[in-house]
Design a protein around this ligand. Structure first.
Ligand code: ARG
Length: 459
């Protein structure tokens, strides 16, 4: 039973509670593919360096192949008494091929083994997530292209600020998600060194070839300090930090979808594909996918906090605390993946209500800045004074219950007698947006340039 690996030193079985708190196979079986890949590379290296015979290596590789097939076919026996994925594989290997199995763990410890497996898993997760984020960016780009001219209110403080276009708004998220994908790529680059061969903590007295195993597993090279190799989990922390930031971006967009879906905003419709109904209120169509995407940020942020706290007090090198690195990391990436995919679906699914957005774009005196700019440009009034005059115009319009563009020329001229008819040309939301041609601005021409730039990057 459970004493197989270290039975020499032990004479009694562990308490049931010891097994209950210690067992990790229930979750670290997700490292099975990485564990097999690591063992295959290690065995090949042991044979190539003459540390084990090539006959033994052949048996080990054959056995690992059988295990892989059992796992694929669903017949591999995952057993709690063997604690974790590493010892489950080794125990099964012994059952399948006999004594040669005992040579696989030469010059290796579970400490470098788990550090390797987990690093490989996080590396894959970073690659997968970056690709999924790029798919989301492409979905946003496609919608932005359709709506480069669709007016909507731009907000600060969630108060009407200046008219923008829906395409411009979506492109803001393309920028954020672009940095998110970049953070996963950066983290991957930094983590891409192999800890295999650090053994328990001090390295090995066998003539192992760490370069060879690193290369076989797609690493840039081996890690450079054996203690660091088994003690470090900052590769996971960095990936979780990238995940947390990305989850926050998803949550902000999800929050906007929830707002836009309200009858009060009424900026978008979602089809039945990404909404649910109510069991009591027949009129309801709720944006549950957006709400859950918003909520999943809680799990991802929790995972980052969780692993930070696990790591913060650990002396060199490995402590069993580190077994608690996996559950939060798996959960974070599972949640993030669902959020990214659901958001990609919603972005493709949503139907903007351009009429409602355009109406709202002009409300709330959103072109007040345009009036002030006109006074500066046309009458050479200093901006601060123009700001003051425009404030008075807004106040007057509010008193009369009209929009800025609806103030009569007489009312305008009461502010400054030099104001002419031409002022009205800048007071429509479309003119306002079209005038913002500065680099990165909301003018449709600029939005199209942004879209072209990202198409180039993402192709
Ligand atoms: N299941 C362990 C983990 O996930 C593997 C490493 C165990 N090493 C040890 N010295 N107990 O961290």
């Amino acid at each position: 039973g459970g004493q197989a690996m270290w039975g020499g030193r032990f004479s009694a079985k562990p308490a049931d509670l010891m097994q209950a708190i210690n067992v990790s196979i229930g979750f670290d079986r997700r490292l099975a593919a990485q564990d097999l890949a690591g063992s295959r590379a290690h065995a090949a290296m042991l044979a190539a360096t003459g540390i084990i015979s090539s006959a033994d290596e052949g048996e080990i590789q054959r056995g690992l192949g059988l295990i892989e097939a059992e796992m694929a076919g669903g017949s591999f026996p995952y057993r709690d008494e063997f604690e974790d994925i590493h010892m489950n594989v080794e125990a099964r290997l012994r059952e399948l091929i006999g004594p040669a199995a005992g040579r696989l763990h030469t010059a290796r410890s579970r400490n470098d083994q788990v550090a390797l497996d987990f690093r490989l898993w996080v590396r894959d997760a970073c690659d997968r997530t970056a690709a999924q984020i790029e798919a989301l960016q492409k979905a946003l780009l496609a919608r932005a292209e359709q709506h480069a001219d669709t007016l909507m209110p731009g907000f600060t403080h969630l108060q009407s600020a200046q008219p923008v276009t829906f395409g411009h708004h979506l492109m803001a998220y393309v920028e954020m998600f672009g940095r998110d994908a970049g953070r996963f790529r950066d983290a991957r680059k930094r983590m891409n060194e192999s800890p295999l061969g650090a053994a328990a903590l001090a390295g090995s007295s066998f003539p192992i070839d760490r370069q060879a195993t690193a290369q076989a597993l797609g690493f840039d090279g081996p890690t450079h300090n054996s203690l660091d190799s088994v003690a470090a989990r900052d590769f996971a922390l960095e990936a979780l930090a990238a995940a947390a930031i990305c989850a926050v971006h998803l949550s902000r967009l999800a929050e906007e979808i929830v707002l836009w879906m309200t009858p009060q905003f009424g900026f978008i419709r979602l089809t039945d594909a990404f909404t649910t109904g109510s069991s009591i209120m027949p009129q309801k169509k709720n944006p549950d996918a957006a709400e859950l995407t918003r909520a999943k940020a809680g799990r991802v942020l929790g995972a980052l906090t969780s692993l930070m706290v696990v790591m913060k007090g650990l002396p060199m090198t490995y402590s069993k605390d580190m077994q608690e690195d996996k559950v939060p990391t798996f959960e974070a990436f599972d949640s993030l993946e669902l959020g990214v995919l659901a958001m990609t679906g919603m972005i493709g699914d949503l139907e903007p209500r351009a009429d409602r957005m355009a109406a709202a774009a002009g409300a709330g005196f959103a072109t007040a800045t345009d009036l002030a700019d006109w006074l500066v440009r046309t009458l050479d009034i200093p901006f601060r004074d123009a700001h003051h005059l425009t404030g008075a115009a807004v106040k007057r319009a509010e008193q009369l219950g009209v929009d800025l563009a609806e103030l009569s020329l007489a009312e305008m001229q009461a502010l400054d007698p030099r104001i002419t008819e031409s002022v009205y040309s800048v007071l429509t939301p479309a003119a306002s947006a079209a005038s913002r041609t500065s680099y990165g601005g909301t003018a449709p021409t600029e939005v199209r340039r942004q879209i072209a730039r990202w198409k180039e990057i993402l192709q």
